[in-house]
Design a protein around this ligand. Structure first.
Ligand SMILES: Nc1ncnc2c1ncn2[C@@H]1O[C@H](COP(=O)(O)OP(=O)(O)OP(=O)(O)O)[C@@H](O)[C@H]1O
Length: 333
C-alpha cells in the first residue's frame, strides 16, 4: 500500500508524525509504533464471563454486535457506487475512470499489482482524497464534499494496512472510542453527565466488550493495546471499526504478516462479520484468502478496472493472469 496522504488531520500519520486526533478521527487512531516492542508487560488475561457474565453466551454477543442501522439498499443492490472515478496526483493518474459497485451484503475483493490504485480507491471512498472527476455514491447519498467524520457517520469504516491504535489505551478503551462516533448526547450533556449520556456510555462499554469478544480478544480487554500480539492488534482494529456501526467495513490488507492459521481464522471472522449484516470491502494480496472469502472481485491495473466478477471467473481471466496472477505471491505481498 502506498503511504501517501494529502493534507488535513491524519495526513502524515502514515509517515509516523504526531497524531493530532479530533472527533473526526474517532474511527481512526494514532500511528505510533507499528508493533509491540520491547519492555512488554506481563499479559493479563481476563475471563470476560467474570466481568460481563451475559457475554459468555454467544447469542448475546451476536445480538450486541449485529448491525441494526437503517440501510436503504436491499441485499444484492449497490450500497456504494464508484462512477467513472479518476484521481490524479499532479501528472500521475492513480485511478483512471473506475466504475464498480459494492453490493449490500457481499464481501468484495479489490486486487491488483502494487501501485494499481487500490488504496487510492479506498481513500476516495473514505474521504481522504476527493476524486478529480467522477462520483462516489454511498447508500444513495453522494460522498462528494463530506468530511471524514461525516463519512464515518454515513456508515463507512476502515482499517489501515499499518496498524493505528491508541497504544497507551486499553483494548476496551480503543473500542469505546469507536462507539463514541454514534453517541447522540450534546457536549453540555457530556459535561454535565446527563442520564442519557451515562446510558450511552454504559451501552458503549457493553457494545465494546461484545465486539472484543466477537473478534476474539475479549480476554485482553484491560491490556494496553501496545501489549497485544500483532494478530490481536489487527483484530482490535477491526473491533474498533465495527464500533462505529458501519454499513460498509473496508479492510486494507488485514492479513499482512499473518501465518496460514491466522489467515484461516481471519477468513472465518470476515465471513462472520458479513453474516452479521455488514458489507465488506477487502484489499488483499493473498489470493488464497481473497478467493476463499470473497463473493466478487474487482481487479485494477494501472488505475483501471481490467476485470470484475466471481472469484472463479476473475482468476481464470487471461488479462488478470497476465497482469497479476502470473506474479508469485511472495513477489506481490
Ligand atoms: N498522494 C499521492 N501523491 C502522489 N502519488 C500517489 C499518491 N498516492 C498514491 N500515489 C501513486 O498512485 C499510484 C497508485 O497508488 P496506490 O497506493 O493507490 O496503489 P495500490 O494498488 O494500493 O498499491 P499497493 O498494493 O502497493 O498498496 C502509485 O503510483 C502511487 O505511487
Amino acid at each position: 500500500m502506498s503511504t501517501h496522504e494529502p493534507g488535513g488531520v491524519g495526513a502524515g500519520a502514515e509517515h509516523g508524525e504526531e497524531f493530532r486526533g479530533t472527533e473526526q478521527d474517532v474511527a481512526e487512531a494514532t500511528p505510533e509504533k507499528d508493533l509491540p516492542g520491547g519492555g512488554v508487560e506481563e499479559p493479563v488475561v481476563v475471563d470476560v464471563a467474570d466481568v460481563h457474565p451475559e457475554l459468555a453466551d454467544p447469542e448475546v454477543v451476536a445480538e450486541k454486535v449485529a448491525s441494526d442501522r437503517e440501510v436503504h439498499a436491499a441485499v444484492g443492490e449497490p450500497l456504494l457506487r464508484m462512477e467513472d472515478v479518476t484521481v490524479q496526483f499532479g501528472g500521475l493518474t492513480a485511478v483512471d475512470g473506475v466504475t464498480f459497485d459494492i453490493r449490500r451484503g457481499e464481501i468484495l475483493g479489490l486486487i491488483g499489482p502494487n501501485g494499481a490504485g487500490k488504496t487510492t480507491c479506498f481513500n476516495a471512498m473514505t474521504g481522504v482524497y476527493r476524486p478529480t472527476s467522477g462520483s462516489v455514491v454511498f447508500d444513495g447519498e453522494p460522498v462528494g464534499r463530506k468530511k471524514r467524520f461525516q463519512i464515518t457517520q454515513m456508515g463507512i469504516a476502515r482499517t489501515f494496512q499499518n496498524i493505528r491504535l491508541f497504544n497507551e489505551m486499553t483494548a476496551l478503551e480503543n473500542v469505546v472510542v469507536g462507539t463514541d462516533a454514534r453517541h447522540r448526547t450534546s457536549v453540555p450533556g457530556a459535561v454535565f453527565r446527563t442520564p442519557r449520556h451515562r446510558r450511552e456510555e454504559r451501552e458503549g462499554i457493553d457494545r465494546a466488550m461484545a465486539l472484543l469478544e466477537f473478534v476474539g480478544v475479549g480476554g485482553r480487554a484491560t491490556d494496553k493495546a501496545r501489549n497485544l500480539s500483532y494478530g490481536d492488534q489487527r483484530r482490535l482494529e477491526i473491533a474498533r471499526a465495527l464500533a462505529t456501526e458501519p454499513k460498509l467495513l473496508c479492510l486494507d490488507e488485514p492479513a499482512a504478516g499473518f501465518n496460514p492459521a491466522e489467515k484461516e481464522a481471519l477468513m472465518d471472522l470476515i465471513r462472520q462479520i458479513r453474516d452479521d449484516g455488514y458489507t465488506v470491502l477487502l484489499i488483499e494480496h493473498d489470493m488464497k484468502l481473497v478467493r476463499g472469502v470473497t463473493d466478487r472481485i474487482v481487479v485494477l491495473e494501472f488505475g483501471k478496472v481490467i476485470a470484475q466478477g466471481t472469484p472463479d471467473a476473475v482468476t481464470s481471466d487471461p488479462a488478470v493472469i497476465a497482469a497479476y496472477l502470473g506474479v508469485p505471491d511472495d513477489a506481490t505481498a
